[in-house]
Design a protein around this ligand. Structure first.
Ligand SMILES: [Zn+2]
Length: 455
């Protein structure tokens, strides 16, 4: 409703006075479905004197009246921002909507996303229509960006009900190459170049097995990175799709890493020789913890005499996840004397790792179960002989504890046979693409999706 001719609007324009009378005569018949709230009584009021010429061309006048009316229908859009502490309902009321209408709109949005999850700062474009300068405004629709690739649009249908739909932005995939020379820090240089933060974070993670980022990076060092991203037509990154190639030249020869997906479908990174960059074991199987006690002889805090500390301790809050240091098989799991709740994992090449004082174990980790590097196996606690929440971590080589901070880490397995052949082919393609991307940064823009309505 509300989009058709509305007699009330005709009174204010030049021909309007003449048509006003006609409106009374013809418009109710010629404008089916016009059930605007303005009553006819209100319409008639301004049309006090009407002169109807003798040679009146009625059909032309009706046509003219349509134009005149179209000109007086006002539509406009206005942006509203969700303020901290605001609900969507507050925003809609700020936009002048009545509660029942706001409720309808929120219910429509709920079919796409939970309105409570909308964050402060989220922008909404509301579009209104008013059929004449003094007519009340009606909300025609509302739109907001759900994320870089989805816009939620709420539209008013012919019955006056609101329905929401999620509109997928047109996107394509492209490969980007960035080359940088480090001036102050790797991150600052990357940021100046416009390398996305998650790409940099992945790069740092990949090189962290070989590079000490605190000490090894010097001004003048060079890096390159090539990665895929999905981007909207107007240039906004929807997501980055992983690094394909990276190179770091730290005072000398470049360290090159190539992404490669093996027969199991696992994507990992390899150097030119097909050796996995990921080491078999992590030295720090916990995130955001600080080393509180090193390996070696020390005065035991509880026993009071000097004792060999067979592992290293990481101070962390109770409940902090503990990660498997490498791929392996659970060898022991349960209370283990002074160790408290304890897990030991057997890895390849005679290595195993042990984790003590856990508050609890991750579920489903019976002895004999396989675990992946980085998988959560339990949570920090202070069970057993312990003065406070921490992880006691040991690396054992042929069943003897070694210093986790200095032991030479076993490399993950090298590609061989068919996999090595496949890797060499993939590496050649990556190198060719990297070379082609030399000057311009864009490559292989292919449209993968059209405007699509998803629901
Ligand atoms: Zn310890």
């Amino acid at each position: 409703m509300g989009r058709g001719l509305q007699p009330g609007t005709l009174m204010y324009s030049g021909v309007g006075a003449a048509i006003g009378a006609l409106a009374v005569l013809f418009l109710p018949q010629t404008m089916p479905g016009n059930n605007a709230p303005n009553s006819f009584g209100a319409v008639l009021k301004p049309a006090t004197s009407v002169i109807v010429p003798d040679d009146l061309d009625i059909s032309a006048l009706i046509a003219a009246s349509r134009d005149a009316t179209a000109a007086t229908i006002k539509t406009w859009s206005k942006e509203f921002t969700l303020r901290a502490g605001d609900t969507l309902s507050d925003l809609l009321s700020r936009a002048g909507l009545e509660r029942p209408q706001a409720f309808q709109i929120i219910e429509a949005i709920r079919t796409i996303t939970n309105p409570r999850r909308l964050q402060a700062g989220q922008k909404f474009t509301l579009s209104f229509v008013a059929e004449g300068d003094d007519a009340p405004q009606t909300l025609r629709g509302l739109a907001f960006e759900l994320d870089a690739s989805h816009t939620v649009a709420v539209d008013r249908d012919d019955t006056g009900a609101y329905a929401a739909r999620s509109v997928l932005a047109e996107t394509h995939d492209e490969t980007l190459r960035f080359d940088g020379t480090i001036d102050s820090s790797l991150f600052a240089t990357a940021q100046n170049l416009g390398v996305p933060l998650d790409v940099m974070a992945e790069m740092v993670r990949l090189y962290s097995y070989d590079v000490d980022f605190q000490r090894d990076i010097r001004p003048g060092d060079k890096f390159s990175v090539m990665f895929d991203r999905t981007v909207t037509t107007d240039g906004r990154t929807v997501r980055t799709n992983g690094i394909k190639f990276a190179s770091m030249t730290l005072s000398g020869s470049p360290l090159k890493l190539y992404a490669f997906t093996d027969a199991d479908g696992d994507t990992d990174f390899y150097n030119e020789k097909g050796e996995g960059v990921r080491k078999a074991l992590m030295r720090t199987p916990i995130n955001g913890a600080r080393l509180t006690s090193g390996f070696g002889l020390r005065r035991h805090p509880i026993l009071g005499y000097s004792k060999m500390h067979q592992g290293i301790d990481f101070g962390a809050a109770t409940g902090t996840p503990i990660l498997a240091a490498g791929d392996g098989v659970i060898e022991k799991r349960g209370p283990n004397g002074g160790y408290g709740n304890y897990i030991r994992i057997r890895h390849h090449s005679g290595y195993s790792t042990a984790y003590a004082h856990m508050s609890r174990f991750a579920s489903g980790l019976q002895v004999g179960r396989r675990v992946k590097q980085g998988q959560v196996i339990g949570y920090v606690g202070t069970t057993g002989r312990s003065t406070g929440p921490h992880l006691h971590f040991e690396i054992l080589r042929n069943s003897r504890q070694v210093n986790p901070l200095t032991v030479k880490m076993p490399a993950s397995e090298k590609l061989s046979g068919k996999m090595m052949t496949a890797f060499n082919q993939s590496r050649a393609m990556i190198e060719q693409q990297f070379a082609e991307l030399g000057a311009p940064k864009k490559f292989a823009a292919a449209t993968i999706s059209q405007d699509t309505v998803v629901k």
